[in-house]
Design a protein around this ligand. Structure first.
Ligand SMILES: O=C(O)CCC(=O)C(=O)O
Ligand SMILES: [Fe+2]
Length: 229
């Protein structure tokens, strides 16, 4: 696979956001938008809608849906696959955000996936990264490719507010328009070891198991005492 990398880490927190401006040309973007609007069949419902390629995302388990067969990448998608990882992504999701739509603050599940990339197309939107009371806004400019890794991926949530306008740092009020994003996910090798009990599904599961073990131990001890008495 040919590699090309113009990714630069953003100087601000959260750490681990790598950015490539103009991942594709404006003409290429227009061509894609015309495919998205004229050739693809979208779920018929208001708000944000998604189409999946490769393995499908399971919104119940936040992992790969074992029931849905692997879907080959369509020809328009192939040139948009990041070449900076050692293999192609396992799961790709195309999302359409009608003007004003958003995505609630979340952290993409740690258990199934490792790094995450997102290509923005169409109108810009502000993404908000949160950690505790801290909020950092990152402007998702069209044609930019973002890689979320490290802290930004594991220890901060991200989301896009559901609203008709974004207010830029200089006070400009920018109306939201139609936006598409393509997110790319790679299955994780082994387990996530970040240990973040608030945001990591693996750490939470382990903690649950430990708690269960602890209560089993307590029961065993109680039983032992009873049998001694
Ligand atoms: O639309 C985007 O740029 C990001 C979407 C997102 O956070 C997700 O699909 O997990
Ligand atoms: Fe996400």
């Amino acid at each position: 696979m040919e590699t090309r990398s113009n990714f630069q880490e953003l100087p601000s927190e959260p750490h681990g956001i790598f950015w490539e401006e103009n991942f594709i040309t404006a003409e290429h973007e227009q061509h894609l938008i015309s495919i998205f609007t004229n050739e693809l069949e979208w779920p018929d419902r208001p708000g944000r809608v998604s189409l999946h390629y490769g393995y499908s995302f399971d919104y119940k388990t936040f992992g790969i849906d074992p029931e849905i067969p692997y879907k080959e990448f369509p020809s328009w998608l192939k040139p948009l696959i990041p070449t900076t990882e050692d293999r192609a992504p396992d799961q790709v999701c195309l999302q359409y955000y009608p003007p004003g739509a958003g995505i609630p603050p979340h952290v993409d599940a740690h258990k199934p996936y490792d790094q995450l990339y997102a290509l923005s197309l169409g109108a810009p939107a502000m993404m908000v990264f949160r950690q505790g009371d801290r909020r950092i806004e990152v402007d998702l400019s069209p044609r930019s490719m973002m890689k979320m890794s490290g802290d930004s991926r594991l220890h901060w949530t991200h989301g896009i507010r559901k609203r008709k306008n974004d207010t830029l740092p200089d006070g400009t009020v920018r109306p939201r328009g139609k936006r598409w994003s393509i997110t790319y996910r790679w299955l994780r090798d082994g387990e996530c070891e970040c240990g973040n009990l608030e945001l990591c599904d693996t750490a939470q599961r382990r903690n649950g198991i430990e708690k269960e073990k602890r209560s089993l131990k307590a029961l065993e001890n109680a039983a032992l005492k009873e049998s001694v008495v």
